[in-house]
Design a protein around this ligand. Sequence first.
Ligand SMILES: Cc1cc2nc3c(=O)[nH]c(=O)nc-3n(C[C@H](O)[C@H](O)[C@H](O)COP(=O)(O)OP(=O)(O)OC[C@H]3O[C@@H](n4cnc5c(N)ncnc54)[C@H](O)[C@@H]3O)c2cc1C
Length: 372
Amino acid sequence: MTRRVAVIGGGVVGLATAWALEKSGHTCLVFEHGAPGGGQSVGESRIFRHSHDDPRQFDLALQARQDWRDWEEEFGVELISPDGAMVIGDPAVARMEKYADAPGAMFRELEPADVRKALPPLAEFEGRVLIDEAAGAIKTRLTLAILIGSIGLNLVPERVDSVNPRDGGGVDVVTSVGRRTFDAVVVAAGMGTVGLAATAGVELPVLLRAHVRITLPLRSPSPARRLACLQDSSGEFGETRGYGSPVRGNREYAVGLALNVEIDPTSAEDPLSALADRTRKYVERALPGLDSDGSQEMQAWVTELPWGADGLAVWQRGDAFFIAGHNLFKLAPALGKMLARSVDAGTVEPGFLPSDRLGEEASGTPRSASAL
Ligand SMILES: Cc1cc2nc3c(=O)[nH]c(=O)nc-3n(C[C@H](O)[C@H](O)[C@H](O)COP(=O)(O)OP(=O)(O)OC[C@H]3O[C@@H](n4cnc5c(N)ncnc54)[C@H](O)[C@@H]3O)c2cc1C
């Protein structure tokens, strides 16, 4: 049965959901009050990785990787670079090894000479290194441009003020220009999801955090060169939560510490500047092949759930669905399909309820190893 669905939020999750809904035969409007892709999905490059602390998310990532391949075939472009993702440091290596024999996994150990070939800007590293050959850098802007083009005229540039599920079914959506009624609503509004859920009487335990990432040119750029993504839990270069991913064209590399900070508006301290300085020091030690002249800093908000850095869940009230979590880009095509199926079924797909605590970190896992 064709249903009229509103998706709120034109980030990667909302756009992927709208595309999945359209392909299932539903009609769909996407409400976006800013530039589509200008929220947490902003900026070039995100890491696609299979390795997760929660084995259920390893399976979800396998499914998502296939969904990314399907998009690549459908749109005729490469959306994930073939560079792979390299993990260094015992906690992250141990986490990845859990999945080494799983069907579909393409992990292997790298010899020191191969480490240099996989990521030339990396400093000398003595420890064990694994690479996930089917992982890589997501071409985020291309992905968003393609989805925006596909959703096209269904994008509505209005701010949604409230979402009101009706007792007898359907949902009223009140926007900056008026009220409309839909058969179902999916809220994928990033930072805006908590406030919109509250208008429907749903309380989300989202932690709003700030994040810094720095993009630097390579000292010896060579576009043909392989640049694997990096997940560094080693502590060898002074940090246990370093990450990096190539930017389209492999002339630049984006580096961050998987640390998200709370901002206290009443405090004079500037935790983001401190985190940016710490990231630059990490780059000097870990990635001497990057040139700090010409670096660009990006500050962005992220939304985490309390049970893990990769935590995600979907809440429901009547015919309204609310998704929240962090590190969702890599899973976006699979999440879009799951949300479309949830709309079809009229209920959240099993495994994604808040009580499932998807993405929960195993007890005893050092926080430093999670999300890397
Ligand atoms: C620096 C950085 C690095 C990251 N690295 C990775 C990574 O390596 N791998 C990974 O998988 N993920 C990563 N993430 C996380 C990932 O980018 C996000 O989880 C993902 O982009 C979230 O997409 P979204 O569509 O849920 O939210 P968003 O992109 O935030 O989209 C929500 C949209 O809703 C709109 N909106 C909000 N309120 C309203 C309203 N009331 N009315 C209308 N519109 C509204 C906003 O304008 C926004 O465009 C990273 C994030 C950052 C910031």
